[in-house]
Write a protein that binds this ligand. Structure first.
Ligand code: MLT
Ligand code: MN
Ligand code: ZN
Length: 315
């Protein structure tokens, strides 16, 4: 399977348009590599490509990636669809850029599909897309020879979703299950999913989890059978938002497990030395953005990678 890291930054990208923190200033001055918002493309046959999330930077990402160029027909594209891990703005707003592209297939978990209903209604006026449940029994087989399964990872609800709407979406999807609907719905861990993508020809397995609030046994299970894992590297330390210039996006460390510390993701990854492990979705506050930082040396010293936008590799 071919994998292209189209973008590797958290929401807002790097540098952020209205931020003058030391890291953003260095990126603006060309001293650190700039990064677009997190998004990946995968293919089992180099002809059918699937996007993992659709970042607001998707237009630039598509036009600068040769494998995703249109043709040979006048309106042909190798992009077959999008697998969404969550409903965060930086993962779904790129769908508006893809509007009008006929025949795309969009997979997402039920709370995400529910939340995106207004956006879906808008996009379906441009071209009727096929919106499907990523958690459907038996998983998915994608064109190009990829078998995909989605795995519930957490209940992080996007900021734009009102608490009542979040509860309603959870209740609506819970009501379709044959469970007693009298008790209030529990936190729905399907708001955020991980994907396991397997190349049916080679057996290569990619695990994609760019939004990890807490390390769970689900991740241990996925890492155990992976050849490569792309993981949430948003924050290096939990206090990052308090020590750097505050993000104009007001992000808090909550909702993203930090890399460092005894309970951080790097410690968890140390239990899985087998697969290639790569951090992505880096926030503009994260010292890992600087290749010369002690943080970066610590991470790469354990064999975990930080790659630039545009990196392509085989799994
Ligand atoms: C996140 O990853 O936590 C969100 O994308 C935050 C945001 O809305 O920018
Ligand atoms: Mn994000
Ligand atoms: Zn900044």
């Amino acid at each position: 399977m071919r994998v292209v890291l189209l973008g590797t930054a958290a929401g807002g990208g790097f540098p952020q348009w209205n931020c003058v923190c030391a890291l953003c200033a260095a990126a603006r001055a060309g001293k650190l590599p700039a990064r677009t918002q997190e998004c990946v493309a995968v293919s089992g046959n180099s002809r059918d490509w699937w996007l993992l999330n659709a970042s607001p930077d998707i237009r630039t990402q598509l036009v600068t990636t040769e494998a995703l160029a249109p043709g040979p027909g006048p309106r042909e594209t190798p992009v077959r669809g999008v697998l969404l891990t969550d409903a965060e703005a930086d993962h779904v707003m790129g769908l508006t850029i893809l509007r009008g592209g006929p025949g795309l297939r969009i997979h997402a978990a039920p709370p995400v599909l529910e939340t995106l209903a207004p956006l879906r209604a808008m996009l379906d006026r441009y071209a009727c897309w096929d919106w499907a449940d990523s958690l459907a029994e038996g998983g998915l087989v994608l064109s190009g020879g990829l078998a995909v399964s989605a795995h519930p990872l957490g209940a992080k609800v996007p900021k734009y979703v009102a608490a009542t709407a979040a509860t309603a979406a959870t209740a609506a999807t819970a009501a379709t299950a044959a469970t007693a609907a009298t008790a209030p719905p529990a936190a729905d861990d399907r708001w955020v999913t991980a994907y396991r993508v397997e190349d049916l020809a080679t057996g290569g397995v990619l695990v994609y989890a760019p939004c990890v609030a807490a390390w769970t046994p689900v991740l241990d299970g996925l890492l155990a059978t992976a050849d490569c894992a792309l993981l949430d590297g948003t924050f290096h330390t939990p206090d990052e938002m308090g020590t750097a210039v505050r993000s104009p996006h007001g992000q808090s460390a909550m909702g993203h497990l930090p890399v460092s510390g005894p309970h951080g993701s790097l410690a968890a990854l140390a239990r899985h030395p087998g697969p290639r492990r790569i951090y992505t979705h880096l926030n503009n506050t994260n010292p890992l953005l600087d290749p010369d930082s002690p943080a970066r040396a610590q991470v790469t010293g354990t064999g975990v990678e930080v790659l630039p936008d545009g990196a392509e590799f085989a799994v």
